[in-house]
Ligand binder design. Structure first.
Ligand SMILES: Nc1nc2c(ncn2[C@@H]2O[C@H](COP(=O)(O)OP(=O)(O)OP(=O)(O)O)[C@@H](O)[C@H]2O)c(=O)[nH]1
Ligand SMILES: [Mg+2]
Ligand SMILES: [Zn+2]
Length: 292
């Protein structure tokens, strides 16, 4: 029997997927029936058999990202992601609540997260300063905040550098410039799609659901059409609380074990808020997420 080869799923279609081996070779593979579905980003072992290439094993995943389908059910689409880039822009204006939501997701999935403020070319110096000031809270919490423009390319090199040895995805509301940014990060995107179509033998017009691209200077990016609708599935209050890094420090400090940090007596979080140690907008986001 042929040896198994280790590779990574770089494109997934409805039935089969494309696996890339260590030398960059692309292989169209079908999973063994009992295996379940491999997703883009999965590391797998496959075997070249007479009838075709067959995935024998999906190696343990670090995480699995899901998004809702047209019926609102969560469906996985990407595995083994390290970095979540939250894209916001000068225009359309951003809401801090949405940023917080993405950061809770990142903490829940144990992803590194960073914030990229795009379309900086549209802001005069004073407005730039004001916007970055609004985002300073995230830097204080430990999330890198980068800014630039996918139109002029300003700042993009610093963003690229963050992908080194990582698999990242971009999320953010419609119109912030995710697709434009991907053009910068993966300039040979069309070439990649071409060779993937060749590997599947399905022709150039097959729509991949999800694709993993290599950045020229290192690192990978997983892109998927519906990625922007990435959202929190059902999370328990404890999980939401865990997603706010500044609240973790107070775990077990409130008088009541199930304290939601509103107006309960002996609340350590409210006390920290009074001392100015907790940002009121962050606490408001926390309460908003709890209420859903
Ligand atoms: N001025 C300026 N315009 C930009 C920049 N980046 C993108 N745009 C424009 O903003 C619009 C939206 O950009 P897209 O890249 O399509 O945004 P998107 O996030 O992919 O949007 P969806 O696919 O709907 O989620 C386009 O008209 C872009 O040309 C930028 O850095 N500066
Ligand atoms: Mg887009
Ligand atoms: Zn409390």
């Amino acid at each position: 029997m042929a040896e198994t080869i280790t590779g990574r799923v770089v494109a997934s279609y409805s039935l089969d997927c494309v696996v890339e081996d260590a030398d960059g070779g692309l292989h169209r593979c079908l999973p063994r029936r009992r295996l379940g579905r491999p997703y883009c980003g999965d590391y797998v072992r496959f075997r070249d058999e007479a009838g075709g290439k067959v995935i024998e094993e999906i190696l343990p995943r670090r995480n699995l990202l899901a998004r809702p389908n047209y019926r609102g059910q969560l469906r996985p689409f990407a595995a083994n992601v390290d970095l979540l880039v939250v894209v916001i822009a000068v225009q359309p204006p951003f809401e801090r609540g949405l940023i917080d939501r993405y950061l809770v997701l990142a903490e829940h999935l144990e992803l590194e997260a960073l914030i990229w403020l795009n379309k900086l070319d549209l802001a005069a110096p004073a407005q730039r300063e004001a916007l970055l000031q609004q985002l300073r809270i995230y830097q204080r919490l430990g999330y890198p905040v980068l800014a630039g423009s996918s139109l002029t390319g300003e700042g993009v090199a610093a963003l690229k550098a963050r992908f080194q040895d990582k698999t990242g995805i971009l999320v953010g509301q419609s119109g912030v410039g995710k697709s434009s940014l991907i053009q910068h990060l993966v300039p040979d995107r069309a070439l990649r799609i071409g060779s993937l179509s060749e590997a599947t033998g399905l022709g150039r017009h097959t729509t991949t659901e999800t694709t993993l691209y290599h950045l020229p200077d290192g690192g990978d990016l997983i892109d998927s059409p519906g990625i922007r609708t990435l959202r929190l599935g059902h999370l328990e209050p404890e999980q939401i609380e865990h997603g706010f890094v500044e609240l973790r420090a107070f775990q077990g400090e409130c008088r009541f074990a199930n304290c939601r940090h509103r107006d309960e007596p002996g609340c350590a979080v409210q006390a920290a808020l009074q001392r100015g140690e907790i940002d009121p907008l962050r606490l408001a986001s926390f309460h908003e997420l709890l209420a859903e």
